[in-house]
Design a protein around this ligand. Structure first.
Ligand SMILES: C[S@@+](CC[C@H](N)C(=O)[O-])C[C@H]1O[C@@H](n2cnc3c(N)ncnc32)[C@H](O)[C@@H]1O
Length: 220
């Protein structure tokens, strides 16, 4: 099976600014605390970007983090943040569709704002399921398809634009359904609200964010 090549230097520079110094920084605190901040044991982070989650891993609870990211520009930023993190972090250039890790390796998998961009959502989640230990936990935060028909149609209409401009970003994916279809158990999805009213007004309708938690089924 072929692997997607991800190489978007302009978007990577823009998103790294947005997530670290731009309006995204404050907006994303809650989703980073609810995902990376809740990780335990040996942890996999997919599509780590420039590493804004690294500061949220608790050294008392997380043994080490294997962080993957396919884009070389993002990896450059992530290297700097990994060096400052208080948990050991190893970075590997790899797409979510082909993870270079053995079966049943990780206690926790973290994925923030990545599912929208992967080339093959089902294959990515099957890879996650394979590499998690039985009972291992997925902590995912993602902007998802709106529950309102008109907004969902607008999201779909914008996809040709957003995929071109924003590193294959799809505004219309129903992440929780794909997590269930991939074979995860105990799938819980809840909305996360943007803290700033102005951003909530601008982004909340077309970019509703969900926190999705799930487990790899235990071996019976
Ligand atoms: C919007 S950024 C989010 C970065 C980071 N996770 C965060 O929370 O700030 C999306 C990230 O997904 C990565 N990405 C795109 N396609 C991917 C794939 N097939 N597998 C893994 N990551 C991918 C991009 O390179 C980028 O770093």
């Amino acid at each position: 099976m072929s692997e997607p090549v991800v190489d978007h230097p302009c978007f990577s520079r823009f998103f790294n600014w947005l997530a670290s110094r731009g309006p995204g920084r404050g907006s994303f605190v809650a989703l980073r605390s609810a995902t990376a901040g809740q990780a335990r044991g040996v942890t996999l982070e997919l599509g780590a970007g420039g590493g804004p989650n690294f500061a949220y891993y608790d050294p008392a609870l997380v043994a080490r983090v294997e962080a993957t990211e396919p884009d070389a520009t993002m990896l450059g930023y992530a290297r700097q943040r990994a060096a400052q993190a208080s948990v050991p972090i190893t970075l590997t250039q790899a797409p979510a569709e082909a993870l270079p890790f053995g079966d049943d390796t990780f206690d926790t998998a973290v994925m923030t704002l990545v599912f929208c961009s992967v080339a093959d959502p089902e294959r990515s989640l099957r890879e996650l399921l394979r590499t998690l230990k039985p009972g291992g936990r997925l902590l995912m935060a993602e902007h998802v398809r709106s529950r309102h028909t008109a907004l969902a149609a607008t999201q779909s209409a914008l996809v040709p634009l957003t995929t071109r401009l924003a590193s294959n970003c799809h505004w219309n994916r129903d992440a929780a359904s794909v997590v269930r279809q991939a074979g995860f158990a105990e799938v819980h999805a809840q909305p996360l609200t943007y803290p700033r009213p102005s951003i909530r007004l601008l982004a909340g309708g077309l970019l509703p964010i969900q926190l999705i938690e799930a487990r790899k089924p235990d071996i019976s």
